[in-house]
Design a protein around this ligand. Structure first.
Ligand code: KG4
Ligand code: ZN
Length: 334
């Protein structure tokens, strides 16, 4: 069989990323220009600034990714691009760059769902075994997705309010930690004790949905009450207790779903998959089940375009094509 070479483009949030991937499994190049420094002083991603940066960075990142891949335009079979979900103005830069390229270079165009990308980041490490369960935990998403075959996604649980990463970032803000707060809370958590009994949102019996807004409120109240009573509350202990609640719920629901659907593989994806506490707890709990757990390296957990090219490869091979009328869809369903 001839190799399939896909160029991926990702601009859904605050990373301008282009990558080239061979056969959906091998990274030939993976260039990511992060804008975190520009958004930091605002305490979160500013959509207008994100779009402008994508416009500035796109051609540079694209040229670098093609050059580093050692492939010519002749070799590239198709252009895959994140069409949603995400910030509409940010998505539009990637989508229009991809359309211009597809038109100029006469290549097929494939729109990719951002979460399918996060899932397929794992296939850059190891081949999938179906049925598989994916836990996606990022700044915008918290989902449990069942896959019985390539390119087919069944959402069996999702957050009803905040995403896990969003909760991390909000709690970090309360503790005056810089954006994005996830890694800072993670670091503090390891220096503290989970001595505060924060709630766990299990929801109805058997539900695989998540909710983090109650936990967030509990943290606010705890900080507020401690201030009023002039109690000293260590940031490390708040971080450790908050993380314990998030990690316990994520791990338990993933375990339960993995058993119920008798999956052959569990994969973790999204920025929060970089969390050391979560990785450790999942590894410990899944070691006893015999179900193989795959957690990608941190570089593939956060937003990148290799994951979009990897997911795009499957879509391309399954014959899915987008027209030059492809539009950004900020609320695209998986
Ligand atoms: O997947 P991602 O790069 O972007 C989205 O698609 O949202 O995820 C970013 C999120 C942020 O909320 C960030 O705080 C969180 O991932 N994050 C972490 C860690 N590293 C990144 N959360 C907890 N612990 C970490 N170590
Ligand atoms: Zn993401």
């Amino acid at each position: 069989d001839k190799d399939t070479i896909i160029l991926g483009i990702e601009t859904s949030c605050d990373e301008t990323a282009v990558a080239v991937v061979r056969n959906g499994t091998e990274i030939l190049s993976n260039v990511v220009a992060s804008q975190i420094e520009s958004h930091k002083r605002f305490g979160g991603v500013v959509p207008e600034i994100a779009s402008r940066h994508h416009v500035e960075q796109m051609t540079v990142v694209l040229e670098e990714a093609v050059q580093a891949s050692n492939q010519t335009w002749e070799d590239i079979d198709a252009i895959a691009v994140t069409e949603g979900p995400g910030l509409v103005g940010a998505l539009l830069v990637g989508v229009n760059s991809a359309k211009a390229l597809a038109f100029a270079k006469q290549k097929p165009l494939v729109g990719v769902h951002h979460i399918a990308g996060h899932i397929y980041a794992n296939r850059l490490e190891k081949e999938f075994t179906f049925p598989l369960l994916a836990l996606i935990v990022s700044g915008g998403h918290t989902e449990l997705v069942l896959m019985r075959e390539h390119g087919m996604f069944e959402v069996i649980g999702e957050t009803r309010d905040d995403a896990a990463g969003e909760a991390y970032d909000k709690v970090a803000r309360m503790l005056n930690l810089p954006y994005p707060g996830g890694p800072h809370i993670d670091r503090l958590a390891h220096e503290g004790a989970a001595s505060i009994d924060f709630p766990r949102a299990w929801l109805e019996e058997g539900s695989y949905d998540f909710s983090f807004s109650g936990l967030k409120s509990a943290v606010i109240n705890k900080i507020h009450n401690a201030k009023q009573r002039a109690e000293t509350l260590k940031n490390e202990d708040i971080a450790a207790s908050f993380q314990a609640s998030v990690v316990e719920v994520l791990t338990e629901k993933t375990l339960r779903a993995a058993r119920e659907y008798q999956v052959k593989q569990v994969i973790v994806a999204g920025g929060v998959a970089a969390n050391k506490g979560l990785r450790k707890e999942l590894e410990t709990k899944f070691a006893d089940t015999g179900i193989p757990l795959l957690v990608p390296p941190i570089k593939l957990c956060t937003d990148n375009a290799a994951m979009i090219a990897a997911a795009g490869t499957i879509a391309f091979k399954q014959g899915r094509r987008s027209g030059l009328d492809l539009n950004a869809n900020p609320s695209l369903l998986l």
